[in-house]
Design a protein around this ligand. Structure first.
Ligand code: AOF
Ligand code: ZN
Length: 369
């Protein structure tokens, strides 16, 4: 009698654990992308969350640049004795070498961590071997959770280091007929709640949100990252606006109190390359471009979009503003054709219809990597 019951309970627990570890990995990815870490080509951006057996967060840590503690060491330091028996959720396989700091494997073993879940394997031959070492010490190891997202994050910093400019993700929402605003200018909300939550998740993994002066003047966005309850997160990306037009200081982007004191900047240029150079000088490595169709067209024609995220909402407007301004294309043979790297259906929340999210890579950057 009790056997099937017990089995069901075990399965449930396993399901809960998987869910807790997945959400911890999402958090670790955000930690890995913490704004303001200086750009150094050979440094990985890594995040770590320590979970108690009941799924609660015990401590968090991230790597802050060369010579500073690795993510695991940073989290273990916060946890102290409470690290014993926890699960370490890390975006990268713990290193097994003494580089500028000691091996994370030994630190995790010494702290009494009982399970390690990581996303990406460490391809650096010098640091590799972490998994085998942890398993030999009797630690339960699981690899590959959200590995594609961790790899995408690593690509961001690799490109920034190579190009010496921030990686640019252009995000927009559109109707089935390619409209981002209705004829009267209204654009709230094109996408559903599921897509808006997903946007905040992606915003949290960049260090800068960029719009044009027109968007600030007309839409007056807050440009903050908020959680599902609409509360701003503790760490906010830089809010940037670009363009020569003067803006009234009462715009919400300039209100630091909305973003937990986080700053904003007005880049007085219309040139995408110049704007990115200014942001790179501020240690910015990942720009989330959310400006209107004119700004998008300027970045696309300058070849300065590295990734496109589109939320397609299932309705028609028939008239209204296009998602992107004129690209100078007059015939179909000349169409701008990015490569689709992901298609995800976001189930509708609160009875809404689903949205579809496409992730695409523009042809030129795709060929390079
Ligand atoms: C981890 N956790 O947070 C990071 C890791 O010279 P070092 O000591 O900083 O080592 C750099 C190498 O260590 C780097 O190339 C990568 O393989 C790994 N980075 N490993 O366990 C971390 N940042
Ligand atoms: Zn390490």
């Amino acid at each position: 009698m009790s056997t099937p019951d017990r089995r069901r309970r075990t399965t449930m627990q396993h399901h809960d654990r998987a869910a807790a570890e997945k959400s911890a990995m999402r958090r670790a990815l955000v930690l890995a992308a913490t704004p303001g870490v200086p750009m150094v080509a050979d440094t990985r951006r890594v995040g770590c969350v320590l979970l108690a057996p009941d799924g609660g967060v015990v401590a968090e840590g991230h790597h802050r640049g060369p010579g500073t503690p690795h993510a695991e060491a940073a989290a273990l330091d916060v946890a102290g004795e409470r690290a014993r028996g926890t699960t370490a959720v890390v975006t990268l396989e713990p290193c097994h070498h003494t580089g500028r700091t000691g091996p994370c494997t030994e630190a995790l073993i010494a702290a009494g961590v009982s399970r390690v879940v990581y996303a990406e394997s460490d391809a650096n031959p010098v640091a590799a071997g972490g998994r085998a070492r942890l398993e030999a010490a009797g630690i339960d190891v699981d690899a590959g959770l959200l590995a594609d997202e961790a790899a995408a994050l690593a690509d961001v910093y690799r490109l920034a280091a190579r190009e010496q400019r921030p990686f640019v993700t252009w995000k927009f929402a559109t109707t089935l007929d390619g409209r981002s605003a209705a004829a009267d200018g209204t654009s709230r909300w094109v996408s559903g709640r599921a897509a808006r939550l997903d946007t905040h998740r992606l915003r949290a993994r960049c260090d800068t949100m960029l719009v044009g002066t027109n968007t600030v003047a007309v839409d007056d966005p807050q440009l903050t990252v908020r959680d599902a309850e609409d509360r701003p997160l503790a760490t906010q990306p830089l809010r940037a606006v670009m363009g020569e037009r003067d803006l009234s200081s009462d715009r919400r982007i300039f209100d630091a109190s909305l973003a937990g004191g986080a700053p904003s900047v007005h880049l007085r240029t219309r040139d995408p390359a110049a704007a990115l150079a200014e942001l790179f000088a501020l240690d910015r490595q990942h720009v989330f471009l959310e400006g209107g169709p004119t700004l998008a067209a300027a970045f696309l024609t300058a070849g300065l979009v590295d990734e496109i995220v589109v939320y397609v909402a299932p309705f028609l407007l028939g008239a209204g503003r296009s998602a992107v301004a004129d690209l100078g294309i007059t015939t179909i043979a000349d169409a701008f054709r990015p490569v689709v790297t992901d298609v995800t259906v976001l189930p509708g929340l609160d009875g809404e219809e689903p949205d579809v999210r496409l992730v695409l890579t523009p042809p030129s950057t795709h060929e390079e990597s």
